[in-house]
Ligand binder design. Structure first.
Ligand code: PHE
Length: 336
């Protein structure tokens, strides 16, 4: 572990395993969402929090934000069913834990939580972002996250295909959560043919063509958008991929950093996840902490496209991988 501070606690109200991981506060207070997910064991939730908080350090640093990286996990273990009462109890328990950081960690929504949940967390701590507008927050971070991903998709397309125009391109969106669903709509409105998949068959609404989750990543396409949970790109999968561009919001897509080299060797352009997914963090931190207007914050979200172009160009010019270049950008700020 190379984290600054990690707290693990069984919630006194909920009885659930709660983890708050602060990876780095080198650039400022840590910020990162609250993930509520089922895990085979609470230790898997701890491992997830450790990886995700480290990714937040890179995300915030590469996006030029003066915030460090952190993440919270509420781990649902097998056999526990999440009633509304249990959810509320867990959010209050977690809010109390967040408060104990005294302002050196701020939470917000992530996979499994949304703005309404933040209203509950707010009862226990003021250190929480993305409350609904009527409660004084900026609401769902999925909207700016998806806008940033769309900017990253266009920049990636310009790099790989010579044009950001998506008309007639085939795009696979793997994972139809709150961000994936919005990205699917953006690329579809831009004229792409969109194929979607999700582990939840209820997401098959007929709005988009459906591909089975097991096949989604191997489906021949122009662009693959990983938009579910992490670890979807292991080394074994690289030879089976049939897509020249991978860019999406899922955090920690590669099972290990070396996969970036395997992708590059096959001529597949992979946009680092912590660059493509920064829109939510950029928007919420600039709006709720720095006090920027909606328009100013959205233009910073759009600038993710410029960062993607810079990273991809540097990788091509230097004969490195996009991951190496994005990590260099982040560490230039983290270790000046
Ligand atoms: N959870 C989102 C992310 O991973 C958005 C978020 C960022 C929420 C920072 C709160 C704070 O980027």
């Amino acid at each position: 572990m190379n984290h600054e501070e990690v707290k693990v606690r069984r919630g006194p109200r909920s009885g659930l395993a709660l983890i708050v991981a602060v990876h780095s506060r080198a650039l400022g207070p840590a910020a990162g969402g609250i993930r509520l997910r089922r895990y085979p064991d609470w230790r898997d939730g701890l491992a997830d929090a450790l990886r995700l908080s480290e990714a937040m350090t890179l995300k915030n640093a590469a996006a030029g934000l003066d915030f460090g990286g952190g993440k919270s996990v509420i781990a649902l273990e097998p056999g526990t069913s999440l009633t509304p009462e249990l959810r509320e109890a867990a959010l209050l328990d977690l809010g109390e834990m967040i408060d104990s950081f005294g302002g050196s960690y701020f939470g917000g929504p992530d996979v499994g939580t949304g703005p309404d949940d933040m209203v509950v967390v707010r009862r226990a701590t003021s250190r929480v972002f993305c409350l609904p507008a009527e409660h004084g927050g900026t609401g769902s971070s999925s909207v700016p996250t998806a806008a940033g991903v769309f900017a990253a998709v266009r920049a990636g397309a310009r790099h790989v295909f010579g044009t950001a125009d998506l008309v007639g391109r085939t795009v696979v969106v793997s994972g139809l959560g709150s961000v994936g669903g919005l990205v699917a709509r953006h690329v579809s409105e831009a004229g792409a043919r969109v194929l979607v998949s999700d582990v939840d068959p209820a997401k098959r609404t007929g709005e988009f063509e459906w591909v089975e989750p097991a096949k989604a990543l191997r489906t021949p396409a122009d662009i693959l958008v990983p938009a579910a949970v992490g670890g979807v790109l292991p080394a074994e999968l690289v030879p089976e991929l049939s897509v020249p561009l991978i860019v999406g919001p899922a955090n920690n897509q590669l099972t290990e950093d070396s996969v970036a080299g395997g992708l590059a060797a096959r001529g597949i352009v992979w946009v680092p996840d912590f660059v493509a997914s920064a829109g939510g963090a950029v928007y919420v931190l600039l709006r709720e902490v720095e006090g920027l207007s909606h328009t100013a914050a959205m233009s910073r979200v759009e600038s993710i496209g410029d960062t993607v172009s810079a990273v991809l160009t540097a990788a091509r010019d230097n004969g490195t991988t996009p991951l190496t270049e994005a990590l260099a950008r982040a560490s230039a700020r983290l270790t000046p």
